[in-house]
Design a binder for this molecule. Structure first.
Ligand code: HEM
Length: 533
């Protein structure tokens, strides 16, 4: 699941006071201010910040105040919003680029207020590590505002993604028992392989005379949903067949509409909180259908399968979550819907970027093909053990996410003041790590614009701190992406199946990334899938 961290508005004193403000208040309540001093932090000029501050202050070490953090100046109330409206200004749908440019201009930490949301952007992973180190038992991240508002209006519970504190912890603990256990996840390897194989068949059949698959994005979305269905329901949804069930097709269409409108609703002024705008009414209708159909999926499993699986059967996530006595029926349903929503847009876009990167790098494809041919000769079953023997597959996926980090930044509200890069950041302020900027910074990744999976291989001995940076694409700490193991498994499987069946080619202009909730290719991808035999 990915999150837009900015433009989730707060306009204090107004009726539509946003959830981000609620969050800021939530995290700033009842926590004593701390003395802040870190002797190891460095300033933008490379000096230890203690050295830097004592120089100027007669040996009295001081952390500089929040107000001194550099950053673009904005206007009252709207902050720097106008910058984003200028023809040659930064673009909201390319916020990751704006963060990179701003940090080049202002240094490893800067602050910006866009439409009254203050955010602090950190582009030095060592400094950001301080956030990771001190976050507590209940980390708080920015919410997906329209989704949060919808759920509040409908009283359906905030689910894993948008809830906080003990409520979040309860849902997280119940879900993690199944989602974060390697053994549990690897039980779905065979089912996911079958789905991936069916998907390669779809690719084969949908090619035009140039071997290109028109509507690749839609097909990949179906794959993501079908693949996750094996885990959630332990059965097939049927989206990859010739006559997919109407209900599943409706679900996909509603989910796509939901994501299409999530971005404008998130990025624009939240008029929908004042009156039901047309965009909001559509969004609401999509979300109603996502919930309605999601519930009917769950009801069907409830009718067909007992809570406790029969001997020798594995239990689906739906069975697992229903068996959790700590959760009400509503909470269990909300969690399943969250996973259906969270699993599709992220994984399908990650998969599109992998396909694109591979298509542009035939030499990488050949290496990948040779690795899979060695570990999985014709007829050999793809198992969890076999996946472990495919380091190049993993390296290719890591390198893809380095260049296209689906969520482009991390997000946290701290419950205590913290010193970052020599500045005090008070509790309740939104802090982000500029992942896209870090991943394309030659300080951390030499030749950063080049797609080079080899950099992640063991024999190349990448510095272990730099290696760990790749994990940040999944977030961090107790709130790290709960679907990570599943997403990695499904994408590794899919890459293996695709490369065994096709050579990929790309004969068009380079495609750029834009944000549509997550980082997605700006134009439809026209990839040629050329059968290997
Ligand atoms: C390439 C695929 C994916 C990427 C890059 C990704 C990334 C992320 C990130 C960055 C977060 C925020 C973590 C944090 O705040 O520390 C997150 C949270 C989350 N993700 Fe994913 N995700 C992916 C796939 C999935 C899948 C497949 C699922 C479901 C099976 C999923 C479900 C969730 C949920 C429920 C959360 C909220 C967790 C919580 O707050 O406790 N994600 N994801």
């Amino acid at each position: 699941m990915a999150f837009n961290h900015i433009f989730m508005r707060s306009f204090p004193g107004k009726k539509f006071l946003s959830t981000q403000t609620d969050i800021a208040n939530h995290v700033t309540s009842g926590v004593e201010k701390q003395a802040i001093l870190c002797p190891f932090a460095t300033t933008g000029n490379g000096k230890n910040h203690r050295e830097a501050t004592t120089e100027a202050n007669n040996n009295v070490p001081l952390v500089q105040p929040f107000e001194s953090i550099p950053g673009p100046k904005g206007l009252p109330i709207i902050g720097t919003l106008f910058d984003y409206m200028k023809k040659d200004g930064p673009k909201i749908n390319k916020l990751f680029e704006a963060y990179r440019q701003r940090s080049n201009e202002f240094g490893p930490i800067y602050k910006e207020t866009i439409a009254s949301l203050s955010t602090v952007v950190v582009s030095d992973p060592v400094e950001y590590n301080k956030v990771i180190r001190i976050e507590g038992k209940y980390p708080v991240r920015s919410v997906m505002e329209p989704w949060h508002y919808y759920r509040k209006q409908k009283n359906v519970g905030q689910g894993l993604v948008n809830s906080n504190g003990p409520e979040w912890y309860k849902l997280r603990t119940a879900s993690a028992k199944k989602m974060l256990k390697i053994q549990e996840v690897s039980e779905y390897c065979t089912d996911m392989s079958e789905v991936a194989e069916d998907f390669t068949q779809v690719l084969l059949e949908r090619r035009n005379k140039d071997n290109e698959v028109v509507g690749l994005k839609e097909e990949v979305f179906k794959w993501a949903m079908e693949s996750m269905g094996t885990f959630l329901f332990d059965s097939r949804i049927g989206l990859l067949g010739l006559n997919p069930p109407q209900q599943s097709v409706d679900f996909i269409q509603n989910l796509q509409g939901f994501f299409r409108l999530m971005s404008p609703l998130t990025f624009n002024f939240p008029f929908y909180k004042l009156f039901p705008t047309s965009e909001w009414r559509h969004f609401q209708s999509y979300a109603d259908n996502v919930f309605r159909i999601g519930r009917s999926f769950v009801d069907k499993i409830n009718e067909e399968k007992p809570i406790k699986p029969q001997r020798g059967e594995k239990s689906s996530f739906v069975q697992h979550i229903r068996s959790q006595e700590s959760l009400s029926e509503n909470e269990a349903l909300s969690t399943v819907v969250d996973l259906l929503v969270g699993a599709t847009e992220t994984t399908s876009n990650a998969c599109l970027w992998v396909i694109y990167c591979l298509a542009r790098h035939p030499e990488v494809q050949e290496k990948l093909y040779n690795e899979t041919a060695k570990v999985l000769p014709t007829g050999e079953k793809l198992t969890a053990d076999k996946l472990l023997q495919l380091p190049y597959v993993k390296a290719v996926f890591k390198e893809t996410l380095r260049l296209y980090p689906i969520t482009f930044s991390t997000s946290r509200y701290m419950d205590k003041d913290i010193e970052i890069a020599g500045y005090n950041v008070p509790k309740g302020i939104h802090i982000q790590c500029n992942l896209y900027g870090v991943y394309r910074d030659s300080q951390y990744f030499p030749d950063p614009e080049t797609f080079k999976p080899e950099r992640w291989l063991k024999e190349n001995q990448m510095d272990k701190d730099k290696k760990a940076l790749s994990n940040l694409v999944w977030g961090h700490g107790a709130r790290m992406c709960i679907g990570r193991r599943l997403a990695e498994q499904e994408i590794h499987i899919l890459m293996t199946k695709i490369i065994q069946k096709f050579r990929l080619e790309y004969h068009h202009e380079p495609v750029e990334a834009i944000l549509k909730t997550v980082m997605t290719p700006e134009q439809p991808l026209l990839i040629s899938f050329i059968p290997r035999d």
